[in-house]
Ligand binder design. Sequence first.
Ligand code: CP
Length: 314
Amino acid sequence: MKNILSMSQFSNQEVYDLIDRAIEFKEGKTSNVGMDKYAMNLFFENSTRTKSSFQVAEMNLGMREIAFEAGSSSTTKGETLYDTVKTIESIGASVAVIRHSQDEFYNQLLNRNINIPIINAGDGTGQHPSQSLLDMMTIFEHFGQFEGLKIGIIGDLTHSRVAHSNAEILTRLGAEVSFGGLDSWYTNEFAEIGPHMSVDDLCSEMDVVMLLRVQHERLSADENKNFSKEDYFQQYGLDMRRVDMMKEDAMIMHPAPVNRGVEIADDVVECDKSYIFKQMQNGVFMRMAMIEAVLQGENSADELINQKRQIILR
Ligand code: CP
């Protein structure tokens, strides 16, 4: 595995392999694949969980982080993303973890002279593979499989890279995905995957209720002006009345950050059915598995090049 860019790149088996490896790390297995290597986390959009989780994962694998702050970097002087990544490669980083506001930002790096693995930590409204994989791990730990599970994704579908990543991979793994939230967010892309349902119906029928934050930073000025937190919470928010409608072993998930009192009630965030903080805990182990996979991919590519060189020299 050279880069991790989108859930569509993974076979189902590769997803299961990453889950297995992440669970091994959670159980205490270690790896020295990152020993004496440097990682660089290039976050051009804000983050709490993903950035710190990658940092801990890197340290757990023996890596050291080269600090990077987008606001004080030379990107503010016009340096391109390609030149930034080429620079950190030249300085000695072995992996670049990148979050960027541009959808598919990685296309400007592929098929060019970048020789270190790229991990997508979230591209615009596109994909969020590390979140998606840690979500798959969390669901797998609870249910032991995906086939036939009913999953409801509720919220700002259009702007959510988590919705895009999860809807695709869950369907491929055999789950039945349904959606809730504003009608205008339920675009053709989602209609092709599953039905749009009321939040009450989703709560009573689903095995997993996956909530999404309303991404005000991606809404238009008019959309933000017309948005009422109270109305949204009443119509689409998960409160204890709705939690009580859920199946006994159903899960509540949310990639976070949560907006308490908007898509989720304060007392639901840490209720018995909530796996929100478990998702964050699992994120470290899944990101260890991801980094290990790309570093091993890089090593095997290097070995292949060396083998070819030796054959040529003989
Ligand atoms: N879930 C997630 O991506 O959170 P951050 O934006 O805090 O990284």
